[in-house]
Ligand binder design. Structure first.
Ligand code: ADP
Ligand code: MG
Length: 693
């Protein structure tokens, strides 16, 4: 048995290793550069690089790579070996400070939204010393930012780091106003809970839709889904347990704080939650988690599906982004404490988040939009596409009292009795859980639950950090000029609650009544990616990002193009996959079985009782005819989408026409599946995939 404390971080060039191995002055200089966010001198970089290489080669590394996160949403790496020829037939293992600090991958094929024409393909990677280097697959991986020759961000890490700077700057102003002078840095913390499905590799390889699209495009519902709730938190099957054990161990070696593993709502669905950490590290670690999940699954003859909606009819997968702000002195600014109603700093921060979320619903919605997530948000499952916030009863009462100018008496945490002597009293949580809320306060943090399972958490956190930085700035401007500080804080709280309470909602977020109610409150209901993208490039949003130095206009326009492009490409691949499946497998299978039934009927003619065969054959034949017609329609719609002049027009066609026809084809194919003999159907069924692990 491996001991966790021995393997944890064993493949990471972390603070301990640096302290132990770097000369004292180099270590101090590096730490200082990291905490102040300033550049690193080349002589220091040389020493760090040499030490890193020696450590990494002891761990079996032969190569190094700049590990970065281009706008594909996944990670990229280009490997170089450490070897340098000596001239006498021997080699040296070398790694310089220059190689550590800067890389120049010829990365012209990554999406840039036109930021780099391919003839000017230069993109640079630059070391992010705040995220530790690590050894993975015999390679020393150096977390880096990726930018263009002109300094524009080409990745998800750069704007995330910028947004962390922005919120740090503004939040510092707020805490200083409260007399907390010893605070030098404000940190945003994130814990990203990751949902995923595990299915058998042999079944996966028989399904072109899973192979090409990561989700099933067809499949009749099995008799049983998730209605019994017997999978949620259920006993973990041995094969899955073995996977989870190895996953934990591999993640721990890489310093990822994997903490909780359990079964999720849908059959074959699971979740992993890490302990929270600094945002950019949480983002790096979430990327690593997704990669390692896939690799470890493969070793167990399983496939890990990270798509937001691999199976129709059961829950899809998301990521819960737990988000809070804390000081370098250890104060969590979103922790209510014993007396929340008189904890003015907490209330101000809480109101800052409420105002930010209400004013920037559009950006938050955009940050979680993708073709995959469209199948969850606004499609009858958790959470809805409308952004609202849930605070729990206690905080809601406090805010109501503030609005009315009344005093509120904080109640003690209520002790809860379960009605028997043998079980000790437990304290009730301040907030009960509202599982339908897309943005819930959960005790000492907010949980943003709309993120898709496959996407990087960076996008959502870039937006969150920026919009809260903006409110903090507005609050700080007001308060710094106030005559009577306490009075000004109260006034700010009152006006914020009055203006923004429309975003607060504690009821059932899935109900149709809420949709109506939200509309009357004037909340946005952006049902799809295509509806959400245009908001990103609005003039006021460009101003907001430029003001906080998170994105410039060019970067925003390019990212909006990439969002459209991604959407169109995904829909295109899905449509082609469906066409291939129906043309080459489904239509022939239905024909074969129909012919078989007709043969039977003919043979049984003498018995005068061929009703069964003929009825089914007729029904199948009708399905096939309809599918055949729809194939032609789909091909026509695809052409139309491809030939549209503008990206946004193309995306609209994919959304309104292509997707619609695909769903129609599915309807008839699924109906046919449910009445076709198993022996004739070409693909593993939902039942096989979801229940046979
Ligand atoms: P659950 O939501 O299942 O009850 P927890 O409340 O313990 O579980 O936490 C869920 C996630 O929230 C975990 O990933 C945890 O690390 C993270 N989390 C807890 N506190 C914070 C915080 N202050 N900032 C960010 N994330 C946090
Ligand atoms: Mg949770």
């Amino acid at each position: 048995m491996e001991r966790i404390d021995e393997i944890f971080g064993s493949m990471v060039f972390n603070d301990c290793v640096m302290k132990e191995r770097l000369p004292k002055n180099t270590y101090t200089a590096l730490k200082k550069a990291i905490s102040l966010g300033v550049g690193i001198d080349i002589s220091i970089a040389d020493t760090v690089a040499e030490t890193m290489k020696n450590w990494a080669t002891e761990k079996g590394a032969t190569h190094f790579c700049h590990w970065f996160q281009p706008m594909t949403g996944i990670t990229a790496e280009k490997h170089d070996s450490f070897i340098v020829p000596k001239g006498d037939g021997h080699i040296l293992m070398e790694f310089s400070g220059k190689e550590l600090i800067k890389g120049e991958p010829d990365a012209s094929a990554f999406p840039s939204g036109g930021l780099r024409a391919t003839f000017e393909a230069r993109g640079y990677t630059a070391w992010d010393p705040s995220s530790f280097a690590f050894v993975k697959d015999n390679t020393l991986c150096i977390p880096t930012a990726f930018c263009s020759y002109g300094g524009e961000a080409l990745d998800k890490k750069t704007p995330l780091l910028r947004s962390m700077d922005a919120i740090n700057k503004q939040a510092l102003r707020i805490v200083k106003l409260f007399g907390l002078k010893d605070i030098e840095h404000i940190n945003v913390t994130v814990g990203a809970e990751q949902e995923y499905f595990l299915i058998d590799k042999d079944m996966f390889s028989l399904r072109p839709d899973l192979m090409y699209c990561g989700r099933t495009l067809l499949g009749a519902k099995p008799p049983k889904g998730q209605e019994m709730n017997d999978h949620y938190f259920g006993v973990i099957k041995p094969r899955v347990a073995a996977f989870m054990k190895e996953l934990d161990s591999e993640l721990w070696k890489l310093g990822v704080l994997a903490k909780t593993e359990h079964n999720e709502a849908a059959p074959a669905q699971h979740e992993l939650a890490p302990v929270f950490t600094t945002t950019n590290i949480a983002a790096d670690h979430n990327q690593l988690t997704m990669e390692i999940m896939k690799k470890v699954a493969d070793k167990h003859n399983l496939v890990c599906l990270l798509h937001e909606k691999p199976f129709d009819g059961v829950n899809g997968s998301g990521k819960h982004n737990n988000w809070s702000i804390s000081t370098d002195t250890g104060i969590n600014l979103l922790k209510p404490g014993k007396n929340p109603s008189s904890n003015m700093l907490f209330l101000l921060c809480l109101c800052a988040v409420i105002k930010a979320v209400d004013e920037h619903q559009d950006l938050l919605r955009f940050s979680v939009s993708s073709a995959g997530n469209d199948h969850r948000l606004g499609a009858d499952e958790a959470p809805p596409a409308i952004i609202s916030m849930y605070l729990g009863d206690d905080l809601t009462d406090i805010l109501e009292a503030i609005e009315k100018g009344e005093r509120h008496n904080d109640c003690e945490k209520v002790k809860m009795s379960v009605g028997t002597q043998t079980i000790p009293y437990i304290k009730k949580d301040n907030t009960d859980r509202n599982r339908t809320s897309p943005f819930a306060f959960t005790g000492n943090k907010f949980e943003f639950r709309m993120l898709g399972s496959a996407s990087s958490v960076s996008d959502a956190n870039i937006i969150l950090n920026t919009i809260v930085a903006d409110t903090f700035e507005e609050f700080a401007d007001t308060l710094e000029n106030a005559q009577d500080f306490d009075c000004a804080v109260r006034e700010l709280l009152v006006t914020t609650v009055k203006e923004h309470k429309k975003i607060l909602f504690g009821g059932d977020g899935y109900s149709s009544e809420w949709e109506k109610e939200a509309e009357s409150r004037g909340l946005l209901n952006l049902k799809s990616t295509v509806d959400a993208i245009p908001y990103f490039t609005k003039e006021e949003n460009i101003k907001l990002f430029e003001h906080h130095g998170v994105y410039n206009k060019t970067e925003i326009v390019c990212r909006s193009d990439i969002a459209y492009e991604n959407y169109c490409k995904i829909l295109h691949i899905e449509a082609l996959t469906l066409l291939e499946m129906v043309k080459r497998d489904i239509v022939p299978a239905i024909s074969d079985y129909t012919a078989h039934l007709c043969d039977c009927a003919e043979k049984k003619a003498k018995l005068n009782s061929a009703n069964v065969e003929l009825d089914i054959a007729k029904e199948l034949n009708d399905c096939n005819e309809l599918i055949y017609t729809l194939i032609a329609n789909l091909e026509k719609a695809l052409k139309k989408a491809e030939n549209a002049d503008l990206l946004c027009e193309s995306a609209e066609i994919y959304h309104n026409e292509v997707l619609y026809i695909m769903q129609n084809i599915r309807k008839y194919a699924d109906k046919a599946e449910s009445i076709t003999s198993r022996d004739f159907w070409p693909y593993p069924s939902y039942g096989d995939m979801l229940f046979k692990i």
